[in-house]
Design a protein around this ligand. Structure first.
Ligand code: ZN
Length: 163
């Protein structure tokens, strides 16, 4: 995800040992770049470190159902997280924050309007990509970061039955 830039705390003292960190810190010190608030930074850090965990969970469940999948989906619109070739199903595993989950999304306190716009834009893109996939004869299923194993399994099974 291109938006995920984890800015270290400015108090990081590893400029000599880690040149990359030093570059990022220097960029952050440039006055024109707005530093994310602590709230946003911690969210970004969360996404950066655990972003693939929900995806791994979904993969495990798909495997347990005995369904073949690929995660190489660069050629497909919206680059789904998984593609089930035999069933022509694209699986998206959405992060609750970045995709504006109805249940979990709370906009950061700072720049609230900007965040709402950004998330709305992501949601429009998500809808557009689903539409493009449907035109290719591929149906989609969107799972959420907050979904538990049981729910994911149930939704996948019902999707597979209908495909
Ligand atoms: Zn959620």
């Amino acid at each position: 995800m291109a938006e995920v830039l984890v800015l270290p705390d400015v108090s990081v003292r590893s400029e000599v040992t880690f040149p990359m960190v030093s570059i990022i810190v220097n960029m952050a010190r440039r006055p024109r770049i707005a530093l994310p608030t602590a709230e946003v930074s911690s969210r970004m850090r969360n996404v950066a470190t655990s972003g693939t965990v929900p995806e791994l969970r979904v993969r495990r469940i798909v495997r347990s159902l005995g369904v073949r999948y690929t995660s190489r989906t660069d050629e497909l619109p919206g680059r789904p997280d998984l593609f089930l070739p035999r069933h022509r199903i694209a699986v998206f595993v959405h992060g609750c924050f970045w995709h504006g989950c109805r249940r979990c999304f709370v906009p950061p306190k700072r720049n609230r309007a900007w965040w709402r716009d950004k998330i709305a834009c992501t949601q429009r893109r998500d809808r557009r990509k689903s539409h493009q996939l449907r035109q290719l004869g591929i149906s989609t299923i969107t799972l959420w970061e907050h979904d538990d194993v049981e729910r994911i399994r149930r939704r996948l099974v019902s999707k597979l039955r209908r495909s």
